[in-house]
Design a protein around this ligand. Structure first.
Ligand code: FES
Length: 70
C-alpha cells in the first residue's frame, strides 16, 4: 500500500528503511529511501509504521547508549 503519495513510498519501503536504520526519525527514513518530505501528510503513518516495526525499542538517546555495549 502506498503511504506517501508525493514520493510513491509503500509501507514495505518504509518498514524496510526503519528496520535497516533502526531509527525513529522520519527524515532519516526519507533519506534512506532517496527522497525527502514534501507535503508531510504521511508523517503520522510513517511514525505508526516505525512504532510497529521497532515495537518496544528504546528511544534513540537510550538506544544509542545501548549500542555502545559489547
Ligand atoms: S504524502 Fe508523503 S510527503 Fe506528501
Amino acid at each position: 500500500m502506498i503511504v506517501c503519495s508525493c514520493n510513491v513510498l509503500s509501507d514495505r519501503d518504509v518498514r524496510s528503511a526503519v528496520e535497516a536504520e533502526r531509527t525513529r526519525s522520519t527524515s532519516r527514513v526519507y533519506g534512506c529511501l532517496g527522497c525527502s518530505a514534501k507535503c508531510g501528510r504521511c508523517a503520522r503513518t510513517i511514525r505508526r509504521i516505525m512504532d510497529e516495526a521497532l515495537g518496544g525499542a528504546l528511544p534513540p538517546a537510550t538506544a544509542g547508549a545501548q549500542s555502545s555495549q559489547p
